[in-house]
Design a protein around this ligand. Structure first.
Ligand code: ATP
Length: 374
């Protein structure tokens, strides 16, 4: 059974507090939240106003933001394909929003989602049986890295298997849901376990960044959580996916003074983000061809943009005059995303289909099948 729900991608705008560099420069504050849905920006050519599904001021807490995000976690458990992603220039607060601060005094959407998933599971455990599994990837210079495979481990595996590192490839199933073929998927039975997996992934991300002598925030971080729930009354099985994406910064190379490998990296980030921009333009203009295949990032996000997902974009911006150009660009970009329509579908299979799939799995793995299995 598939339940359809057409809807626009929702876009939140979050303004971060003025930082020390900006304060030291003494630049003016040019961004203002004028009501719950509107933000203005003072440009040399006059004031411009932008509307979003919600605007969060610099005073908004992580709880405030999650309060408005929480419903999507329930949707993922109900069998929808959900994507939440943060977009914005470097230092605009994407990682703060998605992950939180380093000490986790102010956890962001990812750790809060882990807790919320298992809270909902606990509340429904009398009627449903749940299975939660996750994959965690980073995308750097258009290369996908499985964050459950440590760099050191991979180097070892490469020598062991004559240089054959496992490749992660982005594929789509019959229903158009994206999955990462070749990526390790790990099960978690509590929020703590899921968070421990996330920490392991972050540690591997850090190792890989150090080896390449780059900041880990120069890569895109993709966390995919699959929630399978079996209705104990009628045996139907629903499968939802929650994708949480912390994109790399969107600033121009010229301003940051990037050189050599930094330039290559900035170009690659710009390439993937501009491919994302092209996809967004094509979708918002309802063009017949959408160039998803132009980068790995757009392939990863294919089902979240114009696909079958319920998607939320959080555009993070700086309030300061110093970042005026980038902020304006981000706001224009986010406005285009708002125009994209997705067709959210709930993935539920009847008891009979779920049983048949189990039988096929057993047969494929060489197990015997009993009469009562069919
Ligand atoms: N809403 C906020 N409240 C308090 N501090 C914030 C907020 N947003 C961002 N910060 C702080 O600003 C700094 C930069 O934020 P963050 O690292 O999240 O930016 P980013 O957009 O992820 O940058 P990059 O693209 O380089 O990864 C961090 O020290 C972060 O803790």
């Amino acid at each position: 059974m598939v339940e359809d729900m057409k809807g626009k991608i929702r876009v939140f705008c979050r303004i971060r507090p003025v930082n020390r560099t900006e304060a030291a420069q003494g630049g003016a504050i040019v961004v203002d939240k004028i009501d719950e849905f509107s933000v203005t920006i003072e440009t040399p050519r006059g004031q411009r106003e932008f509307q979003f599904d919600k605007v969060f001021s610099a005073e908004a807490s992580q709880e405030d933001l999650f309060h408005d995000t929480n419903r999507l976690i329930q949707s993922a458990i109900d069998g929808y394909n959900v994507c939440i992603f943060a977009y914005g220039q470097t230092g605009s607060g994407k990682t703060f929003t998605m992950v939180g601060d380093k000490e986790q005094k102010n956890p962001g959407i990812m750790p809060r989602s882990f807790n919320a998933i298992f809270e909902i599971i606990r509340e429904n455990s009398a009627k449903f049986e749940f299975k939660v599994s996750a994959y965690m990837l980073e995308l750097y210079n258009d290369r996908l890295q499985d964050l459950f495979v440590s760099q050191a481990g991979e180097a070892h595996a490469q020598t062991q298997s004559h240089g054959q590192a496992r490749r992660v490839e982005i594929k789509r199933n019959r229903k158009g849901v994206v999955f990462a073929q070749g990526a390790e998927t790990k099960e978690a039975s509590s929020a703590q376990e899921l968070y421990a997996l996330f920490q392991q992934a972050c540690a591997n991300r850090h190792i890989s960044a150090t080896k390449m002598n780059v900041e880990s925030s120069r890569s895109h971080l993709i966390v995919g959580i699959r929630v399978e729930s079996k209705n104990l009354t009628n045996g139907s099985v629903s499968t939802g996916k929650l994708s949480l994406v912390d994109l790399a910064g969107s600033e121009r190379a010229a301003k940051t003074g990037a050189k050599d490998h930094q330039l290559k990296e900035a170009n690659s980030i710009n390439k993937s983000l501009s491919a994302l921009g092209d996809v967004i333009s094509a979708l918002s203009a309802e063009l017949p061809h959408v160039p998803y295949r132009n980068s790995k990032l757009t392939q990863v996000m294919q089902d979240s943009l114009g696909g079958n997902a319920k998607t939320l974009m959080i555009v993070n911006i700086s309030p300061s005059e110093f970042n005026l150009d980038e902020t304006l660009t981000s706001l224009i970009y986010a406005t285009r995303v708002k125009a994209i329509t997705n067709n959210a579908q709930r993935n539920v299979e009847s008891k009979e289909i779920a049983q048949l799939k189990e039988v096929i799995m057993k047969l494929r793995s060489g197990q015997s099948v009993e009469d009562e299995d069919v």
